[in-house]
Design a protein around this ligand. Structure first.
Ligand SMILES: Cc1cc2nc3c(=O)[nH]c(=O)nc-3n(C[C@H](O)[C@H](O)[C@H](O)COP(=O)(O)OP(=O)(O)OC[C@H]3O[C@@H](n4cnc5c(N)ncnc54)[C@H](O)[C@@H]3O)c2cc1C
Length: 299
């Protein structure tokens, strides 16, 4: 029995453990080699204790949300991937929404709508989990997680739990204190919304969804915007102005619909995507002197 198999034994009533699980099944790019061990959680998994047990093995532990902002290498991930999604309870009390980190943002937005709460409309179309969204300070149109997160709970690798409040989150554009200290695993978040008119909330969600369908290549696997927005520019416009719309490396392509999205046209490897990213960065730097920084995280 391996060290990981021994460590997870006490938790087998609330987790499922898979071996050599293709990460391409768990990323929106549909790219990524196998995770040596892959753990699915449930709402009742004692995550801090599980993390402590895994930490004790000395093996690498990787935290996965909905895999919607990740490029996972073709060789796969050694050690163990803990997929947070099964911990997905959402509770609404007044204007406060408490969500486990594995809840989908769409689930949070739906709960907000059902309770006549405004402020989470921006999140409805972002295909991430609450944990991944707090980590990335995800945002769209006129809102971001930094506008609504008041508190979050985390666990350290040794199982110690802690809380961040307000400014302790260090939110900035696609940045957070969690991103700077990735050892902390987000367990849950408290969101403060405001009373609103359900008709207006739904209309806003529908409008944002229509704008996404209109502008974004949602019919192809991607990780959303590949690059952060450089100050004073739009990444998609710079890439388009380099004549790179439709440019490909293997199965990876600059979307013809929105040049800010690099897509998997079919059969793309992580290596294809990485080379395409580097080529786009080099061309934009050479043409405009702008260094495009990746929003997508590499694993
Ligand atoms: C079609 C499409 C559209 C998108 N549109 C937007 C958009 O409008 N705005 C936007 O901001 N993003 C957008 N994204 C990107 C993505 O959805 C967000 O970044 C999202 O917040 C990532 O969440 P996730 O659960 O998928 O995280 P993952 O991709 O699984 O992980 C991202 C990072 O967060 C870490 N992480 C995840 N969960 C936890 C946790 N519980 N504790 C600690 N670390 C954790 C991971 O280790 C990893 O480093 C889009 C993606 C796609 C595919």
């Amino acid at each position: 029995m391996t060290r990981i198999q021994t460590a997870v034994k006490p938790f087998l009533d609330t987790i499922e453990v898979l071996e050599n699980e293709p990460m391409s099944l768990h990323t929106t790019f549909r790219i990524g080699g196998p995770a040596r061990y892959f753990i699915h959680l449930t709402p009742d998994t004692p995550l801090p204790e599980l993390l402590d047990a895994l930490h004790g093995t000395g093996e690498r532990v990787t935290i996965l949300g909905r895999g919607s902002n990740l490029l996972v290498r073709d060789e796969g991930i050694p050690g163990v991937v803990v997929c947070i999604l099964g911990r997905s309870r959402v509770r609404v009390e007044g204007t406060r929404v408490s969500a486990q980190s594995g809840a989908a943002l769409a689930q949070v937005a739906a709960a907000a709508l059902a309770n006549g709460l405004a402020g989470a409309e921006f999140a409805a179309g972002i295909p991430g989990s609450v944990g991944g969204a707090v980590f990335m300070n995800a945002g769209a149109y006129d809102g971001s997680m930094s506008d609504i997160v008041t508190e979050s709970q985390y666990a350290l690798p040794d199982g110690t739990v802690g809380t961040l409040r307000g400014a302790e989150h260090g939110f900035a554009y696609r940045e957070s204190a969690y991103k700077l200290a990735p050892a902390r695993v987000i367990l849950s978040a408290e969101l403060e919304l405001r009373q609103g008119d359900p008709v207006e909330i739904r209309a806003k969600m529908d409008d944002l969804a229509a704008r996404r369908r209109d502008k974004q290549p949602l019919e192809f696997p991607s990780a959303g915007s590949t690059f952060k927005r450089p100050t004073g520019y739009f990444a998609g416009k710079l890439i388009e102005d380099c004549g790179l719309k439709g440019f490909s490396v293997g199965g990876a392509q600059v979307s013809e619909k929105h040049a800010g999205f690099l897509i998997n046209r079919g059969g793309a490897t992580a290596d294809d995507m990485r080379r395409l990213i580097e080529e786009v960065q080099a061309r934009v730097l050479s043409a405009f002197g702008v260094a495009l920084e990746c929003e997508v995280q590499f694993l």
